[in-house]
Design a protein around this ligand. Structure first.
Ligand code: ADE
Length: 225
């Protein structure tokens, strides 16, 4: 899989792309993330990428031409399954959406900045709009990093224990059960006896029951779905 992220502040993506699971996936040849600086496609001597909002409202908007030029350059190289725009008024990102996106080959993610992008890019170019939640970020970069992380970790082989992505919270519509490691008794804080029993069928049953209990207590809305 390949993800191309277009940003007016590409530095914000340095950490996620070069340090995290995304880097491990790239090292293993399983997924690549490329960040493109919108400024490189800016207009004129000053590489202008934004301009005032028509109609008198305060704030700046990312212009059509630099975005279009960048996307056209990318599309000349390969076909893209989706051209995604990160925006608070998009469809809410969740695990099923991450699963769907992890099956795609090439994605473009466009990050908004300032007040956002010219609406005509949304109308004519963008194929999917995503929000990571009901709050407003300064730009789409952190949201794009979250999408890339959640999607790429699902690609087989990216996480060393390939069952672990499948046993994540939300994958079966339930939260994960509690987990423990050594010591079995820390000053009286004990690991549940059953997990030390070695009886795998009982342990699995206990994990299932705890996942259900946790979901009932914390996220009953997940059970309604
Ligand atoms: N850009 C600004 N806020 C955002 C959000 N909540 N989700 C995605 N992109 C955004």
């Amino acid at each position: 899989m390949r993800i191309d992220i277009i940003s007016a502040v590409p530095e914000l993506l340095d950490g996620p792309v070069n340090q995290s699971i995304l880097k491990r996936a790239a090292d293993k040849g399983l997924a690549e993330v490329h960040v493109h600086n919108l400024r490189d496609y800016g207009l004129g001597q000053y590489k202008q990428i934004d301009d005032k909002i028509y109609g008198g409202n305060a704030g700046m908007v990312l212009m059509i031409e630099p975005i279009l030029k960048c996307i056209e350059d990318l599309k000349a190289e390969r076909d893209y399954d989706e051209i995604i725009y990160m925006t608070p008024d998009g469809e809410t990102f969740d695990q099923p959406m991450a699963n769907q996106l992890s099956l795609k080959k090439n994605l473009i993610i466009l990050c908004g900045h300032y007040k956002g992008i010219d609406e005509r890019i949304r109308e004519h170019i963008i194929t999917k709009e995503i929000t990571i939640g009901d709050y407003v970020l300064t730009g789409g970069e952190l949201a794009a990093a979250i999408i890339a992380d959640a999607v790429i970790r699902l690609i087989p082989g990216v996480i060393s224990d390939e069952t672990s992505a499948l046993t994540d919270s939300f994958q079966d519509g339930l939260l994960s059960p509690p987990i423990y490691t050594r010591p079995a008794d820390y000053n009286g804080w004990k690991v549940p006896e059953i997990l030390l029993s070695g009886h795998f069928a009982n342990i699995e049953k206990w994990n299932d029951e705890m996942a259900l209990k946790r979901t009932q207590e914390r996220r009953p809305d997940l059970l309604d779905e």
